[in-house]
Design a protein around this ligand. Structure first.
Ligand code: FES
Length: 321
């Protein structure tokens, strides 16, 4: 579990769009007067009464530490997270949340930024857009949804003004937006961000490659659909540098489960390679990355890994644990 959970109370539940509600969380009276500050793109974990842990992006302005606001889609394929929240959350209830983490950081100093949101992926993108508008930066945003009725936070986006384009598939014979057209002719050094369903992220990465945008940032909602199972096919040995312990990870077991079973207090949350809570520094060896958090360059560096789903390409790893 996270070492530094916070106590939060649900102050507001609000309808935002078809299937989407926002949740405003405030510190529980007496536990703290403010939440930790966060940066655009950050998310927090909700620890649900069922024991499930789910991560959601923060929507509100980063300067606000008196509250956290999340936007949550009642996913029809929900495995007990978003559906549970929609059906069971009530104003006044309390729950544990994690401190904010950010694996989708905004380069605030970029000369030019393009933001692309698909569906509920608008949550971190709105937070980024809000920040860039406040800083007076050059930014444009494309927000895609199947229908206008499924687009959340449109009033907030319109209130921020600037260069926002909406694409609702229903108004284009069901066709998605052309990301290559939107991303064409951007100035050199542009940073491009996308949060949305996997098919959109794949199209976005392809469009960035096609249009010559090198600074590409994406965030997935859930584990990549083609991610292989987390279990390892071969066993290996992990050395914990701080204690000098060697621990054997048997074939078929995950690294995190093995460490927890050995009594190691390894921080974790989602157990699916999505939230980033279990990020661990790698001191030696070659990880077999299976997460949906690290960028391609972070993976290639092999300096960190998500121990809940990733394994080892060789027979030995040394971790900063
Ligand atoms: S516990 Fe969430 S990424 Fe590992």
């Amino acid at each position: 579990m996270s070492k530094s959970n916070l106590s939060a109370m649900v102050r507001t539940l609000r309808f935002e769009a078809a299937g989407i509600m926002s949740i405003e969380l405030v510190p529980v009276a007496g536990s703290a007067t403010a939440f930790p500050a966060f940066t655009p793109g950050a998310h927090i974990d909700l620890h649900l009464p069922s024991g499930l842990v789910r991560s959601y992006s923060l929507v509100n302005a980063p300067g606000e530490t008196n509250r956290y606001v999340l936007g949550i889609l009642a996913d029809p394929k929900s495995r007990g997270g978003s559906r549970f929240i929609h059906d069971n959350f009530r104003v006044g209830m309390t729950l544990d949340i994690s401190e904010p983490r950010n694996h989708f950081e905004l380069m605030e100093s970029a000369e030019h930024t393009v933001l692309v949101a698909g569906g509920i992926g608008v949550t971190p993108i709105l937070c980024m857009y809000r920040r860039l508008r406040a800083l007076g930066r050059n930014v444009k945003l494309l927000y895609c949804a199947r229908t206008a009725s499924q687009a959340a936070f449109v009033d907030e986006l319109n209130a921020l003004g600037g260069d926002v384009t909406y694409h609702f598939d229903e108004q284009h014979d069901g066709k998605p937006a052309s990301l290559a057209a939107f991303l064409a002719d951007q100035p050199a050094g542009t940073h491009a961000y996308c949060c949305g369903p996997g098919v959109m992220l794949d199209a976005f990465e392809a469009a960035c490659a096609e249009t010559g945008i090198a600074n590409v940032h994406i965030e997935r909602f859930a584990a990549a659909p083609d991610a292989p199972p987390p279990a390892t096919s071969e066993g290996y040995v992990v050395t914990l540098a701080k204690s000098g312990k060697d621990i054997a990870v048997p074939a078929g077991a995950t690294l995190l489960d093995t460490l927890l079973a050995a009594g190691i207090d390894a921080e974790h949350s989602c157990m699916e390679g999505v939230c980033g809570a279990c990020e661990t520094r790698v001191l030696d060896g070659c990880p077999d990355h299976r997460d949906s958090v690290l960028s391609a360059s972070e993976r290639a560096s092999n300096k960190v890994m998500m121990i809940c789903v990733s394994g080892c390409k060789g027979d030995r790893l040394t971790l900063d644990l």
